[in-house]
Design a protein around this ligand. Structure first.
Ligand code: TYM
Length: 408
């Protein structure tokens, strides 16, 4: 099976020490992202540790050749920086073999934030250029297990998040969004695949991968299989009619531990390993030492923030790479590598020439911190306002259509 031919090594650690702990102080796991460096996580090192491959110029050129389209700015700028088996997906696609996209969201807040939009924006672009189905898992089960929220609250937030996801602009004919709490009980094929996966992974292994210990509730220990199961196409009989199709998963690199486990198990139960595209983290307002996270309101811009809240948060909290006085700034210039307003523009300002001009002007000192923040506010305001307008048009009927298992 072609899924077994990989150009990189998956590191399924069964060591006692969880493999996300870094001796230099970077911690990257599905729940925590912290770094001691002002510029954030050392992604080259992380790639080596996780055993993934760099998205290099060669791969981007192949992307453009195969799709006939320029690559998305998130790929071109190295924000999506790492992959597993993307070459295989492109080979298969060229050979006329289909694939599907899978991504997800753990509904821990009723609104999503700007960081969450990153993998979904790439999914939308991939769905358009490859014209492929997309499944989106809402892990309301995960959130009730990990957070102090009831099943009912997590389930409700899943539906609120589904509206944010639909507002991103996915093709209703090609997208299935599901809540674990709803779907798993309705679909025997999903449950069977989950059990097949659970049968292949020991407690020792999940301890090594996720850092669980003897006091972790058993729901957490079993959960990784739930997130792995959508990578098996037969978990969606209404969509794929029992066919085995390869899966491509775009996500930030914090989710990789789940999929290292999935890739280890898949060939043992007769499935191709899913391919992955990993993004870097959209940083917190206070700086790149942590990712933007829904549990930290002051460090986060939510998709539901008003233009006034957005403006205040950026002006008050966005960490500046500028100098202490205007005179020093004009003389020495600002540091774009740590400046949050500039870093956010790299994610959301699509115009390369404008971005480069801003970088030059800020680095030389011609552009001041207040001016740079104003540029960011002017870029982000229409993005969140338009997002909210589209979200307000998501009716119960549209939601139901997206969340109904059907042929895509
Ligand atoms: P969650 O809700 O933490 O995050 C949803 C998606 O957003 C990514 N992400 C970020 N990307 C860039 N910058 C950030 N600051 C940032 N914060 C979060 C996450 O990597 C993720 O892609 N367990 C998952 C839900 C899930 C899932 C999946 C995610 C289920 N199946 C398959 C990806 C792929 C979770 O809680 O994601």
């Amino acid at each position: 099976m072609s899924g077994e031919i990989t150009n990189n090594i998956d590191k399924l650690s069964i060591d006692k020490k969880p493999d996300f702990f870094d001796d230099d102080g970077d911690v990257v796991d599905p729940w925590t992202v912290t770094s001691k460096s002002d510029t954030g996580v050392d992604y080259d090192k992380l790639m080596k540790k996780f055993g993934s491959s760099k998205i290099d110029v060669e791969l981007l050129t192949r992307f453009e050749k195969v799709t006939g389209k320029p690559v998305h700015h998130l790929l071109k700028r190295g924000i999506f920086f790492s992959h597993r088996d993307m070459n295989l997906i492109l080979n298969n696609y060229e050979a006329g073999k289909p694939f599907y996209l899978y991504t997800g969201r753990g509904p821990s807040s009723s609104s999503m934030h700007l960081g969450h939009l990153i993998p979904f924006q790439l999914c939308k672009w991939l769905q358009e250029v490859f014209d492929v189905p997309l499944v989106i898992q809402l892990t309301d089960d995960e959130k009730t297990l990990w957070k102090d929220i009831t099943i009912e609250e997590a389930h409700k937030m899943a539906y609120e998040n589904a509206k944010d996801i639909i507002a991103i602009g996915f093709d209703i004919k090609k997208t299935f969004i599901f809540s674990d709490l709803d779907y798993i009980g309705q679909c025997p094929e999903f449950y069977r695949n989950m059990i097949r996966i659970q049968k292949c992974v020991t407690f020792n292994q999940v301890k090594g991968i996720f850092g669980f210990d003897d006091s972790s509730v058993i729901g957490k220990i079993a959960f990784p299989a739930v997130q792995a199961t959508p990578a098996l196409s037969t978990s969606f009989p209404a969509i794929f009619n029992g066919q085995k199709i390869q899966c491509l998963i775009p996500c930030a690199i914090d989710q990789d531990p789940y999929f290292r486990m999935t890739r280890d198990v898949c060939p043992r139960i007769g499935f191709q390993k899913p391919a992955l595209l990993h993004s870097k983290f959209f940083p917190a307002l206070q700086g790149a030492q942590t990712k933007m996270s829904a549990s930290e309101a002051n460090s986060t811009i939510f998709c539901c923030d008003t233009p006034k809240q957005l403006k205040n948060k950026i002006n008050k909290h966005a960490f500046s790479g500028g100098q202490a006085t205007v005179e020093d700034h004009r003389r020495i210039g600002g540091n774009c590598d740590v400046d949050i307003a500039y870093q956010y523009l790299r994610f959301f300002l699509e115009d390369d020439d404008k971005l480069e001009q801003i970088r030059k002007d800020y680095s030389s000192g011609a552009l001041l911190t207040g001016e740079l923040k104003k540029i960011l506010i002017d870029v982000l305001t229409p993005i969140i306002v338009q997002h909210q307008e589209r979200r307000s048009k998501v009716t119960d009927d549209i939601l139901k259509q997206f969340m109904t298992p059907r042929k895509l």
